[in-house]
Structures are given as C-alpha cells and as structure tokens.
Design a protein around this ligand. Structure first.
Ligand SMILES: Nc1ncnc2c1ncn2[C@@H]1O[C@H](COP(=O)(O)OP(=O)(O)OP(=O)(O)O)[C@@H](O)[C@H]1O
Ligand SMILES: [Mg+2]
Length: 469
C-alpha cells in the first residue's frame, strides 16, 4: 500500500512565488494546491485539509494571520508556516505563539522551505503515531485487556467501563494476584484522563519514613538526604491517575495526610510551606480486609469512606474455573512465543491438575506455573510433570496420608521438629505464592524479618524456585 502524498497548500498573492513553491514541493513528492488570498485559502482548506500550509502574511481580502486562525479552527493539527517580510517579523513571532508552526523571512532560501516542510510533516506523523499508540495502550490496558469467561468478572468489566468515565475515587479489593493492578490500569485507560499519566506507588515497598516524601515530594534540605527539590507522585500524576497499591500498609500518620489531600485537593511538599493544588484521581488497592482493619482501629474510618466511593472486588481464581482454562491457554501462547517454542497445547491430565489446584497466588501463580512448564517441557504438549510440585500434589489436597492418625492434616507420632519443619515449609510456600514470590512482602506477611525468611528458605531448600523475586 502506498502512503498518500502529503498535502501542501501554498497561499500567496504573488504568482511567481506560488509557481516556484509549487514546482519545488511537487518535486519533493507533495500534492500541492494554491490560493491567492486568505479567503481562497480557507475555502481550499475546508475542501481539502492540507498537512502543511505555506502562507504569506500580507494579502488582499483576508490576511495570512486571519486565514491561519480560520484554518486552525478547522484542524488544530495543521502546520501553518508563515512567510513574512523582514519588517513584519514581530507579527510572525507573535503568530507562532498563537499556533503557527514556524515562519520564514522573505526573500527566503528554498532549502530552508524544504527543511521546514519536512520537519512539519515529520512532527505531524509523530503526532499521529502518538494518537494511535495511546489508542493501542487503552485497548491493551483498558477493560478489554482483562481476559475472562466468568460471568461475575464480565460484570466487573462492565462496571469498570462505567466507573472509569466518572471522577470517583475507586478502591479495589481482592486477593494477591487476582488482577487488581490490571483493574486499576483499566480504570485509568478507560477514563477521560487516559491521555494523562498513570502513576503507581506501592505503599508496601517503600520504607515508612520515605513514604511521605514519595507522595508529596520535598524541598531541598528538608531532611538528611534530601539533596535537591523533588516532585512527589501526586505532582507526577497531575491530570492523570495515582494508583496507591497496598494502601492497607500506610501508617496512621500518613493516613491523616492522605485524607486531607482527598478532602481539600491540596498538599504541601515535605519541608515546604506553600500548599500545592492537585488534580489527581485516586485509585487504591489492597489485599487486606480494610473493613476489619477499620474495626480493629488500624485504618482510619474517615479515610476508608473517602477511598471507598466505589469498590471493585476481584475474584479469586479458584472461584472461576473457566478462567483457569482460558488464562492457561493465553499464558501458554504468550510464553511459548516469548521463548520461541512451539507448544501445541495442554494435556488433559495437566488441565485436570490445573483445575483441581486452589491457586493461593491466583493468576500470577498460574502465569508463573505455565511459564515454568513451557520452559521445562520436553514435548509439544504440557504434561503434569512439567507443573510445579504443589500444583500436581494439590490434586490430592486434604487426602489422609497412609491412613495414619492426623492432627490438622499432619501425621501424629513423628518427631516434633520434623512436623514443625513440614508445617513451616507449607506456610512459607503458600505465603510466597500469595505474594507472587516477593520475599520482602512475604516476610512482612509472616511477621518475620527478611533475614529470618532468607535463612528459612535456605534451610528448607525453598530458595531455588519459590524464592524468585
Ligand atoms: N484476567 C486477566 N487477564 C490477563 N492477565 C491477567 C488477568 N488477571 C491477572 N492477570 C495477570 O496476572 C498478573 C497479576 O495481576 P496483578 O498484578 O494485576 O494482580 P494484583 O491483584 O495486583 O496482585 P498483588 O496483590 O500481588 O499486587 C499480572 O501479570 C496480570 O497481567
Ligand atoms: Mg498488585
């Protein structure tokens, strides 16, 4: 398919100039139209939008500046290059502020015109690229990007589309790995703010002491280590969406400050006195039970209410078996392509294991399991032995071992140390899966230090796979 020739409109009351520019630009491959004054120019432009307009300023009937105004009203993306006599440079400079692409001074060098036209065309095509990339982004990360065959998830998807268009603060609740971040992105990319920034803060990953400056920024020298002035996430997200992930992890002190921003739509940088206005939409997510935290007094009720204008709840993977099937197929395709492997499908016995397992780490755990299986596989289908051990074993969940006496699912009458080790191994495995393999978060969830967790991972030889970060 050939690209259409760029359209250029040449406007000048001097016939010699019209002819000369037409010749030069036609040689460059442009489709050139001409007009003798501003009135003709706007008419011609209405008939056919030009990519670039080369326009004299002083002309009978309507001057170039008025014609430019009329043309930009029709198409704000048109690149108008003004041609001006030296005496009128001031007017041309002002016109650039009003939306002219650039100007040349008469008499001009032909090479200069060529370069300007090329540059204008380049910028126009980059703009078109940006528009189509943004459209692609919003298709990929919009609600359509949430793959599902489950009726309740389809309902959630429809709700997201509706909520996205509003300005409401959104709270996303759901287990780890169920797609909360995906939902947050869908809210942003489906909203009128889609062309603005989508900024994410993981409240659990930033040390408590630094979180305030992360949110609000700081002035130079406001605390040890604050070497320069820094814009916070709120400022970065201006006119866009700020995604506060793991909101359940912020201290009560910071909860107060956040509440104030939500109420008053302004904040101060750390060490700064002047309040800064903010136009940011907040989307927060948590895998904790915020209701229970409110009752326990660890999360402020007023902040909860402010965040909870709309709640979106993601659904655990084990409650939507149709999605296990769908997503397993989706991840298989993705990881096979990424690894340049040809894998035809998932063996029925493997699918049975996938369907029987309870997926404590939800979609993320499924994605990891399929990625591993794709890499481990020695045949053209995924076999049960390619799956992580716990997934295959999960099949026999709760079945009594050897018919022996059991206490809470473990055999009695074995050395205590052995039983404890076994129990710890299980708990750590499941916590790791819940936290997508992230050790820092797993340690927090288990209430032990990171160092203690690393020690246990080594002791139980859990480091190799489950410990991946
Ligand atoms: N319905 C879905 N369709 C396609 N991919 C999905 C879907 N749900 C989740 N995923 C993928 O699974 C992974 C985990 O999802 P995401 O990070 O959104 O979960 P989360 O709820 O934020 O987890 P956490 O609480 O651990 O932060 C991501 O790679 C995401 O793209
Ligand atoms: Mg997340």
């Amino acid at each position: 398919m050939s690209v259409p020739a760029p359209a250029v409109l040449v406007v000048d009351d001097d016939e010699a100039i019209r002819r000369m520019l037409t010749a030069v630009l036609t040689k460059e491959g442009a489709a050139v139209a001409v007009a003798e004054d501003g009135v003709e120019a706007t008419e011609a432009f209405r008939r056919r939008h030009a990519d670039v307009v080369l326009m004299d300023i002083r002309m009978p009937r309507m001057n170039g500046l008025d014609a430019m105004k009329a043309i930009l009203e029709v198409d704000r993306g048109a690149a108008v290059i003004l041609m001006t006599a030296f005496a009128e440079v001031g007017t041309a400079v002002k016109a650039v502020k009003d939306g002219a692409f650039d100007y040349v001074i008469k008499p001009f060098d032909i090479e200069e015109i060529r370069l300007l036209v090329r540059r204008a065309l380049e910028i126009r095509s980059m703009r078109a690229d940006i528009v189509s990339l943004r459209r692609e982004l919003s298709e990929r990360y919009g609600a359509e990007g949430i793959l599902t065959d489950n009726p309740r998830m389809l309902e959630l998807r429809a709700t997201i589309a509706k909520v996205a268009r509003s300005a409401a603060t959104v709270l996303i609740q759901g287990e780890s790995g169920t797609g909360k971040e995906l939902v947050a992105a869908a809210v942003h990319y489906g909203s009128p703010r889609a062309t603005g920034p989508f900024v994410k803060v993981n409240c659990a990953a930033i040390p408590e002491g630094l979180l305030e400056s992360e949110f609000f920024g700081h002035e130079k020298g406001s605390f040890t280590g604050a070497v320069g002035r820094r814009r916070g996430r709120f400022e970065q997200a201006e006119h866009g969406t700020l995604f506060l992930d793991e909101i359940g992890e912020i201290s009560t002190g910071l909860q107060v400050k956040l509440l104030r921003v939500l109420q008053e739509r302004e904040f101060e940088r750390v060490g700064g006195a002047a309040p800064i206005k903010t136009d940011v939409r907040i989307v927060a997510a948590t895998n904790r039970d915020l209701d229970a935290m409110v009752r326990a007094g660890t999360f402020r009720q007023d902040l909860f209410f402010r965040l909870n204008v709309v709640t979106l709840k993601t659904i655990p993977l084990r409650d939507r078996p149709e999605d296990i099937r769908l997503l397993a197929g989706h991840f298989l395709e993705r990881f096979a392509a990424q690894n340049d492997l040809v894998i035809r499908g998932i063996d029925p016995a493997t699918m049975d294991c996938l369907l029987a397992y309870d997926w404590p780490g939800n979609v993320r755990e499924l994605a990891n399991a399929i990625e591993r299986a794709v890499v481990m596989s020695t045949t053209s289908v995924i076999l049960p032995e390619d799956l992580p051990e716990q997934v295959v074993r999960g099949h026999a969940h709760g079945a009594a071992a050897d018919g022996g006496d059991e206490v809470d699912g473990v055999e009695a009458g074995r050395p205590l140390r052995e039983l404890v080790n076994e129990f710890e191994t299980k708990v750590i495995r499941s916590a790791l899966a819940h936290n997508g393999g992230n050790r820092a978060r797993t340690a927090v969830a288990l209430g032990i230090s990171r160092r203690a967790l690393l020690y246990k991972l080594q002791e139980y030889a859990l480091g190799a796979r489950e410990g991946a970060e």
